[in-house]
Design a protein around this ligand. Structure first.
Ligand code: SAH
Length: 394
């Protein structure tokens, strides 16, 4: 068994149960990609078993802090079982559920989503890559599903020195599926869609949007960065007369229109704009258009803290426009999925956007990733998605 010895004093985060060893903490030792290593302190004390990733800044991702633990097929199967068991019995109003949320479930780099009887997995680190066949077989036997599609095409794989890999790992079937969530149905494509096909993490926020639109009797809604229209359909089901959706992806908007039809709504109630949101919001403002509810769910603008300052300006600008375009008494749903921007900073940015817009608002609800996408006490990096529902006061 190969060892990785840390530099003096670099064991503290591991002793707290954090699952990463950065390259700068390594004193000596290395191993092949995905090979299990014994991580030890500068004086040779055992700290953890982990998977080595020689080309990544995250040099080791921890499997276990137990000295006697063997990292083998049984170990992985048990971790997968625990991850699925954690969610068993939860009232998730959808047949799309995240079964494994990577580090937060003790399986660094592994994402597994279940859409009905189809599983979709992303192998985002060398450790889970090495155990791929074991993981695939265990997932089928633990869930009873017969199909597993691989979507290992994230940019994180590059950092791990891994090439993209996509396609059926087990079984086969259609890649176009229909998901039932809350009061609506949404079509998606697990081969072509974002992430594993859909933004399951926004499930609860789509419900919040539905509830507030209904409660406030919002008639005109603007859904920015709409993707395939989850919020659009939620707002239509809540009684909105018209929901305008903006996205710069043609295929996403085509899917959105299919989703509007799938839910039985007339296309005239859901116009789409294939355009840049920043430009469109300025155009709307110039034209004097106003809305009763607005969703701002932009892509990740600050993947890490290093990008935070530039991203903060972009978020502020978006939110200023959003607040200006809102009728008094209307509601803004604003999100950030940037790991580099925390909850407090996000609220500050939105507050400062309000100052610039000359608008005060009541924060009526805090929003975040659905509970099957948890962050954990030991791995706060797992928090990425945060949001606010704000009712414009004047
Ligand atoms: N709200 C969606 C997820 C949004 S993902 C849901 O709940 O399903 C972010 C979306 O923003 C993507 O569909 C991407 O195509 C779009 N996008 C990114 N930059 C954009 C821009 N500048 N203008 C318009 N759309 C953009």
């Amino acid at each position: 068994m190969k060892s990785i010895r840390l530099k003096p004093g670099k064991e503290k985060s591991l002793l707290r149960g954090h699952p990463w060893v950065f390259d700068g903490a390594v004193g000596k030792g290395s191993a092949d990609p995905g090979e299990t290593v014994r991580v030890e302190s500068a004086d040779g004390q055992f700290l953890a078993w982990g998977a080595c990733s020689p080309s990544s800044r995250i040099r080791v991702r921890v499997w276990s802090f137990e000295p006697d633990q063997r990292i083998d097929a049984d170990f992985l199967r048990e971790r997968l079982r625990q991850s699925i068991a954690l969610r068993t019995g939860w009232q998730i109003a959808s047949d799309g559920v995240r079964l494994v949320h990577a580090e937060s479930d003790g399986l660094p780099g592994l994402i597994v989503d279940r859409y009905g009887d189809t599983l979709v997995a992303q192998f985002g680190a060398t450790g889970v890559e090495r155990f791929k066949p074991v993981i695939a077989d265990a997932l089928l036997s633990l869930t009873g599903c017969e199909r597993l599609y691989e979507r290992s095409d994230t940019s994180a794989r590059q950092l791990e020195g891994l090439a993209p890999a996509t396609g059926w790992l087990r079984g086969s079937g259609p890649t176009e599926l229909v998901l039932t969530e809350h009061h609506w149905r949404l079509g998606l494509d697990i081969a072509l869609g974002h992430k594993t096909g859909f933004y399951l993490d926004q499930r609860d926020s789509r419900l919040a949007c539905h509830q507030w639109v209904r409660q406030l009797g919002a008639r005109s809604v603007l859904n920015c960065f709409s993707y395939t229209g989850g919020f659009t359909v939620a707002a239509l089901h809540a009684g909105a007369q018209e929901v305008v959706s903006i996205d710069s992806s043609g295929p996403a908007l085509a899917r959105l229109q299919a989703n509007v039809a799938l839910n039985g709504f007339d296309a005239t109630r859901a116009p789409v704009l294939d355009a840049d949101v920043n430009r469109s919001l300025r155009d709307c403002l110039a034209q004097g258009r106003r809305f009763d509810a607005i969703v701002l769910d932009p892509p990740k603008l600050a993947p890490t803290v290093a990008h935070a300052e530039r991203a903060a300006r972009a978020y502020k600008d978006l939110n200023r426009l959003g607040l200006q375009l809102l009728n008094p008494g209307g509601v803004l749903f604003t999100f950030s999925c940037s790991g580099g921007i925390g909850v407090e900073l996000f609220q500050k940015i939105v507050a400062s956007a309000g100052t610039d817009a000359g608008v005060d608002g009541a924060i009526v609800q805090r929003l975040g990733g659905a509970p099957d996408h948890p962050m954990t006490l030991r791995f706060p990096e797992g928090e990425y998605l945060k949001g606010l529902a704000i009712v414009r006061k004047s």
